[in-house]
Write a protein that binds this ligand. Structure first.
Ligand code: FAD
Length: 481
């Protein structure tokens, strides 16, 4: 855990659990939903990367909004700190306790409440796993407007709370646009019913947006209403190779122009990312095996006319090859090949995990500048570590990862604050889609002005005066205790 540069002190105003608390929770939730078993606690105390670890002694698994409300009301009155937890796939140390916070996991609240085929509006509980929602909608002829590599574990409540971006944002936009309503419980147990299903509703402040992306620091999201697009009949995926970053960039501009309305994903990975995937994931093969290329781009199109869409993509590929933007490329011939292309891109985080220690940075930057940072980091780090660049090029979102055999302060010193300063200088964001969590709570000023952060602090104070919800995360420590 030496990579966790954020050193925080336990807030002394928080209580510690006593036997009466446990009795209260058992009475409220039943024995089975009050978990003190050490093995299970070990799992929920540790994040996906095995980088952040808390020492909570209690996991609660409510089944209804009312139970969530009672838990928070009690914890607030007792000054017991709480970590809301979904699928625990977050990458910034936000989903696990820092000390002994009570973990409230939403996994048992996994019912689909309604689906309206005319409007495409899905209403469900926050603990629904994203992949289950994707399968449910598939049967109805619809898709989720978001998709991400962690879909098998992450929950819609976690997605909303992190404002997850993912692989389809380039087409369908962010959750701020797609989430039509939500239900959330405040720290004192008050219930905010904002579970609207309307496309348009300008009545007063649209408070749901405060909960989209606030990482469990303002309330627990218990239900979500989300607009889902129809599943279109034709889907094509091309896996392409580019000589240099400038070609990837020009390819993006061309794809937006020439594929236009059917473009649904534009992802990239560099040679280092490809090398990691090929070496660390079983059964993954390079679809362009003749030689290793400096960059790979995955383009997905979805549309309603199979032959027109396919022709369009083939013509685009041909002209990109003739124009020298693409050195090699292949279009998936069937669904298995399509999934094998996605497996490469989605497998990068897993391959990085398997390769050893990883320092992850999730940055929004102007597309033309984005890869300069990767090159700069390679120069700075030399032989100390491998630098990997990949991500959602279509959204200007770079995942900069530094991979090494083990965590080492010498490596961290070369990365931080350099990466944050570089991003700030180019008016980028130090958190494009993963949030701030514990990792970047103190770094917020690199992307937000002091006045903005102060206003965030006032909102936090208003909604959670005792600061019990996900303490030490999101906001800088001066505003967090
Ligand atoms: P958790 O990890 O459990 O929690 C994340 C944060 O949300 C925490 O701060 C937690 O306190 C809070 N939270 C969780 N549930 C609730 C709730 N119901 N109410 C209030 N607060 C809550 N992210 C992207 O944006 N795009 C990607 O493409 C992407 N790809 C990924 C690929 C892999 C392999 C992995 C491991 C992660 C990836 N992520 C990505 C990060 C992560 O999956 C997302 O942030 C996801 O939305 C987290 O959902 P979760 O249910 O796992 O939440």
């Amino acid at each position: 855990f030496s990579s966790v540069s954020t050193v925080v002190q336990r807030n002394p105003s928080f209580s510690t659990l006593n036997p009466d608390d446990i009795s209260y929770f058992k009475q409220l939730l039943g024995e089975k939903s009050v978990i003190q078993d050490e093995d299970r606690l070990e799992t929920v105390n540790t994040d996906w990367m095995h980088k952040y670890k808390g020492s909570s002694k209690l996991l609660l698994q409510p089944r209804t909004t009312e139970e969530v409300a009672q838990i928070l009301k009690y914890c607030n009155s007792r000054r017991l700190a709480v970590v809301p937890q979904g699928g625990n796939t977050g990458l910034v140390g936000g989903s696990v306790p820092v000390f002994d916070e009570v973990i409230v996991n939403l996994g048992s609240m996994n019912n689909i409440i309604s689906f309206d085929k005319v409007s495409g509006i899905l209403v469900c509980e926050a603990g629904c796993i994203l992949e289950n929602l994707i399968s449910f909608l598939d049967n109805q002829g619809f898709i989720m407007p978001l998709d991400l590599g962690a879909k098998g574990s992450c929950q819609i409540g976690g997605n909303v709370s992190t404002n997850a971006g993912g692989l389809r944002l380039v087409r369908y936009g962010s959750l701020h646009g797609n989430v039509l309503g939500l239900e959330a419980v405040l720290a004192n147990g008050d219930l905010l019913d904002m579970l609207g299903t309307l496309r348009k509703d300008n009545t007063g402040y649209d408070l749901k947006h405060l909960f989209i992306g606030s990482e469990g620091s303002l309330g627990i999201v218990t239900k979500v209403s989300i607009l889902t697009p129809p599943k279109l009949s034709s889907e094509n995926i091309a896996f392409l190779a580019c000589r240099d970053y400038s070609s990837c960039q020009k390819l993006l501009m061309e794809a937006k122009r020439k594929l236009g309305e059917i473009l649904s994903a534009f992802e990239f990975l560099d040679i280092q990312a490809m090398d990691l995937v090929l070496n660390h994931l079983d059964g993954v093969r390079n679809p362009l095996p003749a030689t290793m290329h400096n960059f790979y781009v995955l383009i997905e199109t979805t549309g309603s006319d199979e032959s027109y869409d396919r022709e369009k993509l083939e013509a685009f590929l041909l002209s990109s090859m003739e124009g020298g933007l693409v050195s090699d490329g292949v279009i998936a011939q069937d669904i298995n090949q399509a999934s094998s292309f996605w497996r490469i891109r989605e497998g990068v985080p897993e391959a990085l995990m398997k390769a050893g220690a990883v320092y992850k940075y999730d940055l929004s930057l102007p597309v033309e500048k984005m890869y300069d940072l990767v090159d700069d980091m390679r120069t700075r780090l030399g032989d100390l570590a491998r630098v990997i660049g990949y991500g959602h090029l279509g959204d200007g979102n770079l995942h900069l990862n530094v991979s090494a055999a083990q965590y080492d302060d010498k490596i961290l010193e070369q990365i931080e604050p350099y990466v944050y300063e570089w991003t700030s200088k180019h008016r980028g964001s130090i958190s494009a889609e993963h949030g701030l969590g514990l990792m970047k709570a103190n770094k917020i000023y690199y992307s937000k002005s002091p006045e903005t952060v102060k206003t965030m602090g006032s909102i936090k104070k208003l909604l959670d005066p005792n600061g019990i919800l996900n303490p030490y995360k999101v906001l800088p420590h001066s505003l967090n205790s």
